[in-house]
Design a protein around this ligand. Sequence first.
Ligand SMILES: Cc1ncc(COP(=O)(O)O)c(C=O)c1O
Length: 351
Amino acid sequence: MSKFWSPFVKNLVPYVPGEQPKLSRLVKLNTNENPYGPSPKAIAAMQAELNDSLRLYPDPNGERLKQAIADYYGVQSRQVFVGNGSDEVLAHIFHGLFQHGRPLLFPDVTYSFYPVYCGLYGIPFEVVALDEQFRIRVEDYQRPNGGIIFPNPNAPTGCLLPLEAIERLLKANPDSVVVVDEAYVDFGGATAITLVDRYPNLLVTQTLSKSRSLAGMRVGLAVGHPELIEALERIKNSFNSYPLDRMAIVGAAAAFEDRAYFEQTCRQVIASREQLVSELQRLGFEVLPSAANFVFARHPGRDAEGLAAGLREQGVIVRHFKQERIRQFLRITIGTLEQNQALIDVLAPLC
Ligand SMILES: Cc1ncc(COP(=O)(O)O)c(C=O)c1O
């Protein structure tokens, strides 16, 4: 700590992202990236933007992208917010919509950035335990709160909450903002964006880092009632007017417009997941039902941390969390069929 720090910085507990190793020959299954590249149309759009216009600031509103998202989901562009990755969108949500003095509610096993934002913005929170099968029980969220947030499918479990349960949650909490973080929804879930016109307290976030394979461009979004979006715009315009650069705006818009490529690559990831699940089960793993581009699995007879270390020694990296309830699980990103096979080849002798 330095005397120059603002005092609260001393107590910050920052998020720790999954490793981005420098070695190139690794089978990298640790941060839920897409094994297939971005849409060729997105790449072409970004290449076309690499020109003299870069001397000019981008559109602070990212209107071209907002419109592409609005068209895709059949909403209005004033119901759409865009930001530098959904992490930034989430940060603005915590800052602008969750500071009510009452505790924010989220699951005990979930995206580990949520408590970090609470620390950053001084938001009290309570964790709500998932049930024995690691599923969200919406009845447990009927208690005083200053907001509710959870990923759907949840991370790192991959478990999906049906839209009907989300509607029950929204109806039971009409005075709270309910945020559904749909980072992984395209790999097996139905989006709650179809509910935003009926529930003014619903905000849905998504990212282009996973199903649209643009993790390196940093683009995320939120869809909800214009009044919720307005709060986010106010925060954004008090923080950074240009969170998305010129290439991100055109590349992300083109990615939304190229439905065929998106649907085909999502189908490939899902097929690859189903195959990996059977292979893992054959090795004796218990695998939670996944609607995401990763699986969460434990072996009854092998220590997860040891397995992760053994895999790493042979160039395969997966994610292990040293956290209560999930210490014996590995989170494995779905790779190509070849990457999955490389994982199984290394894992089999360790089991
Ligand atoms: C549940 C969840 N939400 C949000 C994010 C953030 O994604 P990004 O900032 O790349 O949009 C992640 C990233 O892994 C995630 O797992």
